[in-house]
Design a binder for this molecule. Structure first.
Ligand code: DLZ
Length: 158
């Protein structure tokens, strides 16, 4: 039987991929851990250090513009945006969560680069800790694996 396109994808080498990571500094105790999980996963997967570029931005809201700018100005195979939104006493959380997820979705539609959504949206700090290297794992690791799959997918289609 004829091989599926997955076979083509497997032939590509991870070391040829170029990845961008953007890290929001709000709740940076959480985003640092997500970043570490993502970065280490990429390195373990064979991505060369010099092919991973990292930017820091103030908050999750700034992930939208920065991902767009990087999508326009560079030729990365995948971009990972990292943030941590934690519910407070005002409606900020709801507005920010909506805006950031919609904004990142728009970039995925508009530009030819997959932007991977590594933004935690939690009710409290404990939930964020649980998902950034705690009992629920590390979403940074998961997102790095997704970024690799999508980077390979992008490269496989000319
Ligand atoms: C203002 C704000 C609030 C209240 N909470 C968070 C948060 O939990 N996580 C986060 O990443 N950023 C937060 N911010 C900052 C906004 O993302 C943004 O930096 C500011 O509104 C300035 O545009």
């Amino acid at each position: 039987m004829k091989k599926t396109p997955v076979y083509q994808i497997d032939k590509l080498k991870n070391k040829d991929l170029k990845l961008a990571i953007i890290v929001a500094q709000w709740n940076n105790d959480i985003t640092d851990k997500l970043y570490k999980g993502a970065y280490e996963t990429l390195i373990q997967s064979g991505i060369l250090k010099e092919r991973i570029k990292t930017w820091k931005v103030p908050g999750s809201y700034e992930l939208i513009y920065s991902a767009k700018k990087i999508a326009i100005c560079y030729n990365f195979d995948s971009i990972i945006v990292i943030g941590s939104l934690i519910q407070g006493e005002t409606y900020h959380f709801e507005y920010l969560s909506q805006a950031v997820s919609q904004g990142i979705k728009d970039i995925n539609i508009q530009y030819d680069v997959p932007v991977i959504f590594c933004v935690l949206t939690d009710k409290n700090k404990q939930q964020s800790l649980d998902r950034s290297g705690g009992k629920e794992g590390n979403k940074g690791i998961e997102c790095a694996k997704t970024a690799l799959s999508m980077a390979i997918f992008r490269k496989s289609i000319k």
